[in-house]
Design a protein around this ligand. Structure first.
Ligand code: GLP
Length: 255
């Protein structure tokens, strides 16, 4: 696990963009795993700028998103389909057939999940998976549980996640209670993982994920077992580790 510290959200996004850009430049046919939420927005903006500057070409890239709300159509402005088009896909040279997001309105959830995992396998697996982090330590929509979930599956969202994500909806009542999410196994199969966390609200989850026990009650803790994780934190997200003088942090932050 590599930890990179950034002073600001913008700096975190810029460093993340360099890592994703290198992946695309070194392998123009890369398969990327993408995340939603506020955290990766700065990263997407920087990748778009690099594309407009002529430095990145997405024409050979395939993407798979982590998750989608159950019951929301692709047109819903609250869906992750809408988010991805609005914040990323419509600004770069990617055609619709290149990106994949679980369909929230599917009538057969099990089949949708099975086909999603198969599509990832058929694409050769994920080369670089981008992850954000929930305040309860969830990744994708893999909520704290008694066991680590395997493949893509239907998840019942925790009250804390519903509350945290309510800011994207007109009211708390309109936040869907279920979602389709890549499972922990799907995420762990990615060749490389880039975990981003910003703000003090994530400091506790980051500390537990990187330093706590590997337990399904803190889903992101499984990342300790992945051989190639880069974690970029801004000051807020690193604050708990910093306070503990953690030796995983680069020296200038702990001395
Ligand atoms: C949602 C998404 C996650 C994301 C998390 C954190 O629950 N399913 O993939 O990492 O929110 O979101 P934010 O980056 O807005 O804090």
């Amino acid at each position: 696990m590599r930890i990179v510290l950034s002073d600001t959200y913008r700096d975190m996004s810029r460093r993340a963009a360099y890592i994703v850009a290198s992946q695309i430049i070194l392998n123009p046919r890369s398969v990327l795993g993408l995340a939603t939420g506020d955290t990766p927005l700065g990263l997407y903006r920087m990748l778009i700028s690099m594309y407009w500057a002529g430095d990145l070409d997405f024409s050979g890239i395939t993407t798979f998103n982590l998750d989608e709300y159950h019951g929301l159509s692709e047109e819903s402005p609250y869906s992750y389909h809408f988010y991805m088009k609005q914040n990323f896909f419509q600004h770069i040279n990617m055609k619709e057939e290149q990106w994949h997001i679980p369909r929230g309105t599917t009538e057969n959830v099990e089949e949708e999940c099975r086909l999603y995992d198969r599509a990832i396998e058929n694409a050769g697996g994920i080369d670089l998976q981008i992850l954000g982090l929930g305040v309860d330590g969830h990744i994708g929509f893999n909520e704290p549980d008694e066991k680590f979930e395997g493949g893509t599956h239907l998840v019942e969202l925790q009250e804390s996640t519903i509350r945290a994500n309510a800011r994207f909806f007109p009211s708390l009542e309109e936040v869907p209670r279920f979602a389709l999410s890549m499972g922990i196994k799907t995420i762990m199969k990615a060749k490389k993982i880039l975990l981003l966390a910003s703000g003090a609200s994530k400091a506790g989850a980051i500390y537990e994920a990187l330093r706590g026990e590997v337990i399904p009650e803190l889903p992101a803790s499984i990342l300790q077992l992945h051989p190639d994780v880069t974690c970029i934190l801004d000051k807020g997200a690193a604050s708990r580790m910093e306070a503990a003088g953690d030796d995983l942090l680069p020296k200038k932050y702990t001395s």
